[in-house]
Design a protein around this ligand. Structure first.
Ligand code: AMP
Length: 396
């Protein structure tokens, strides 16, 4: 059956892609075009276990998509099975509560939401327009990071500021990583029968990090806000803090509010505290060699994650499962242990042997046998969700 999907995740200076076949179960090729817009831009293809990297002469997004198209033309069996293109879109605002087959109205809606994601949404629009131009026969679908969180109740998504800001400008919590949370919720239902009727906490911990509470399969609260800056401490983002700091930083450094915000987005978090790196693995290596700044950054990350898990848990009737996912959640036994140690109040306990020996890249439980809440590691798979949504929407 022809059901291969080209999945595109277009960022401002990068473009990740993959072709998924067999109902999204098989990755035929994947890669990334990096440093677009600079002279060092390059594109990598990973196919049949082999990685090839070539320089992109004119490193534009369009050049990257045409290089993918050229590569596909050398692999007719992959190219001919393509039935659609799925795009990851960061912000869908209140317009999109589920994935959408892209037409001019949908494209206009994505442009409209660019005010909340000025770096991401314009890049997605570019990727979609280029894909329509270069793959004219293929239907395209947009899958939104915010969509899963559209089930939050008003008391959770509204900010306690004058209501006219919401009425006139739609300033509210939107939440992100929704495609990952939707995948985790569905995957958990496969391995833990009945979990779709229970209370689930998920910590998506990667370079960007957030928490989500899922009640009866629907998002009930999440830590990120109108932008991905709110909530947890992250690789380079501060997460939640007293908003007055923005003005103090601007005054202290004689910079604009926008520049101060840039510091909170790009120079804070684990990078800002450790003064070493935003990368968890690098910080764990430094901590293991005795670096106290790295340990402080990791311990602050753990304590804030625990707090935000407890915070979103208040929207649940019970906590039956806690799932760790994302690069850090799936791989850092140190942080999982530190986070769970601070969640005794929710009766969360870890089996330390299971936590330390969890198989990489697999679903596993790391709480003691029979304990409730059950603690899981579930590798996320956003590309699979994008491929499945694309297949389902183009078949209707
Ligand atoms: P993501 O954004 O989901 O790709 O996750 C990236 C983060 O995962 C980075 O901070 C990495 O250092 C971290 N990470 C990946 N592998 C490991 C590992 N084995 N141990 C600790 N952190 C890891």
């Amino acid at each position: 059956m022809k059901d291969s999907i080209l999945v595109i995740n277009c960022g401002s200076s990068s473009l990740k892609f993959a072709v998924l076949a067999n109902s999204g179960q098989e990755v035929l090729v994947e890669g990334i075009a990096d440093r677009l817009g600079s002279e060092q831009s390059s594109i990598t293809f990973k196919h049949q276990g082999k990685k090839t990297e070539t320089l992109l002469a004119n490193g534009s997004h369009k050049n990257a998509v045409s290089t993918i198209k050229q590569w596909l033309s050398t692999q007719p069996s992959i190219e001919e099975a393509l039935v659609g293109i799925g795009h990851r879109v960061v912000h869908g605002g209140e317009t999109f509560s589920k994935s959408a087959l892209i037409n001019q109205d949908v494209l206009n809606g994505i442009k409209e939401c660019a005010k909340f994601a000025p770096l991401h949404n314009p890049a997605h629009v570019k990727g979609i327009e280029i894909a329509f131009e270069l793959f004219p026969g293929l239907p395209q679908v947009a899958v939104f990071d915010t969509a899963f969180h559209q089930t939050l109740a008003a008391e959770h998504y509204l900010y306690p500021i004058p209501m006219h800001f919401y009425r006139e400008h739609h300033f509210r919590k939107y939440g992100f990583h929704g495609t990952s949370y939707r995948y985790i919720s569905q995957r958990l239902a496969e391995v833990a029968k009945g979990s779709e009727q229970q209370g689930v906490l998920v910590a998506h911990l990667g370079n960007g990090a957030s928490t989500c509470a899922i009640r009866h399969g629907l998002a009930s609260d999440t830590s990120m806000g109108i932008t991905p800056l709110e909530g947890l401490m992250m690789g380079t983002r501060s997460g939640s803090l007293d908003p007055s700091l923005l003005s103090f930083i601007a005054q202290a450094e004689h910079i604009t509010m926008d520049d101060a915000l840039d510091i909170l987005n790009k120079k804070s978090g684990m990078l800002g505290v450790s003064e070493i790196s935003n990368d968890c693995r690098t910080l764990e290596e430094a901590m293991n060699s005795g670096d106290q700044r790295a340990k402080l950054a990791l311990d602050m990350f753990a304590s804030r994650t625990a707090k935000h898990l407890a915070s979103v848990a208040t929207s649940l009737d019970s906590v039956d499962h806690l799932v760790f996912t994302g690069g850090i959640g799936e791989n850092s036994s140190y942080l999982r242990q530190e986070i769970c140690r601070q969640l005794k109040v929710l009766n969360i306990r870890l089996d330390l042997t299971r936590n330390n020996n969890a198989p990489r890249g697999d679903t596993s439980t790391i709480s003691p046998e029979g304990d409730l809440p059950k603690v899981w590691i579930i590798p996320t798979n956003e590309e699979l969700m994008i491929a499945l949504d694309t297949i389902s929407l183009i078949q209707h």
